[in-house]
Design a protein around this ligand. Structure first.
Ligand SMILES: Cc1cc2nc3c(=O)[nH]c(=O)nc-3n(C[C@H](O)[C@H](O)[C@H](O)COP(=O)(O)OP(=O)(O)OC[C@H]3O[C@@H](n4cnc5c(N)ncnc54)[C@H](O)[C@@H]3O)c2cc1C
Length: 287
């Protein structure tokens, strides 16, 4: 690893000022589970690491008028142990539980997961299915956007130079919304997803409403299967309808062949996982 300067500011304003002043080679540091791996490679370097972990505003999980707020520094373990998350968005716990191993979950943060923005990121599908929004801050101020706009492509977000991710909010309308998450990897632990999927639905008079289907690892970033969602809304759930929606979802993804799985195998997984998460979310809504 090449030498670097290190700074640990205790407020967002100082962090973004340091990142902006050194924009050519400064990097934000949270848990370090992605960044330090990168920096150990000969080609990667950073002149300055701006450690965010002393910034209180980026910590904690709270319920507010807006919804459920996660500071970007919240770790996967903190999500798993939170009563608020268990009450309002338990599928976040199911997703956090699948990230790496205990050590990775203890250090790795929700913000770091979203900023790294690999297509298989495990926190993405549930947050997209629950219409999450994010706040980012830079020297010019703050802006809020839907998570779907924040995740732009593989390892690419809407963050501009010098900006940091401050928090992630699941809006009040989505709190308690029935939602299911499934991940399929080549092993149970320490495996990236070949496909991960989340579905969220409401049931109104026995008919599906506000359906959301979010798929990971099958496109440049997490995608919503909007045509499949539209095919569900306003209809009473039955096995044929769910199978049709899963079939449509397959057409909305763009899986690739790589060393871990073929695109054809991933399409089979999309079909199976979409059906499963939809059935589970509908069962929760009915129960
Ligand atoms: C062994 C191992 C297994 C893993 N398994 C999984 C897995 O199963 N599923 C999965 O999804 N991921 C997995 N990961 C990836 C990683 O652990 C997660 O993405 C983790 O959440 C990253 O968070 P972090 O705090 O460690 O990020 P860091 O490494 O600190 O940062 C990652 C990137 O985000 C930037 N960054 C971090 N926080 C902010 C912020 N608030 N604002 C702006 N930029 C920021 C950094 O500059 C860096 O570019 C694994 C990693 C390892 C090493």
């Amino acid at each position: 690893m090449r030498p670097f300067e290190y700074l640990a500011p205790d407020c967002i304003e100082d962090a973004v000022a340091a990142l902006a002043e050194n924009s050519a080679d400064a990097r934000a540091l949270a848990g370090g589970t992605d960044l330090l791996v990168d920096l150990k490679h000969e080609t990667a370097s950073a002149g300055l690491l701006v450690d965010l972990t002393r910034i209180a505003e980026c910590r904690g999980i709270e319920e507010s008028a807006d919804g459920l707020r996660f500071g970007s520094l919240v770790t996967h373990t903190e999500i798993m142990e939170s009563d608020l998350v268990r009450r309002h968005a338990p599928s976040m716990i199911d997703a956090a539980r699948t990230v790496g191993a205990v050590q990775t979950r203890n250090l790795g943060t929700l913000g770091g997961n979203l900023v790294t923005c690999v297509p298989s990121l495990d926190s993405g599908p549930v947050l997209v299915a629950l219409d999450a929004e994010v706040t980012v801050a830079g020297v010019g101020g703050r802006r809020r956007m839907p998570l779907t706009e924040f995740m732009v492509g593989p390892r690419k977000t809407a963050l501009e130079k010098g900006e940091i991710l401050v928090d992630i909010v699941i809006p009040r309308a989505s709190l308690g919304k029935p939602c299911s998450f499934r991940k399929f990897g080549l092993r149970k632990g320490q495996a990236l997803a070949l496909v991960n999927a989340a579905a969220a639905v409401n049931l109104e008079d026995g008919k599906i409403a506000d359906a959301r289907i979010a798929l990971g690892a099958v496109a440049p970033t997490v995608v919503r299967a909007r045509k499949a969602e539209a095919a569900l809304d306003g209809k009473a759930p039955d096995p044929t309808l769910i199978a049709e929606a899963a079939e449509i979802a397959v057409t909305e993804a763009k899986p690739i062949d790589d060393f871990r799985a073929s695109a054809a195998y991933r399409r089979e997984l999309i079909r199976a996982l979409t059906g499963r998460v939809l059935n589970e979310a509908i069962e929760q809504a009915a129960g």
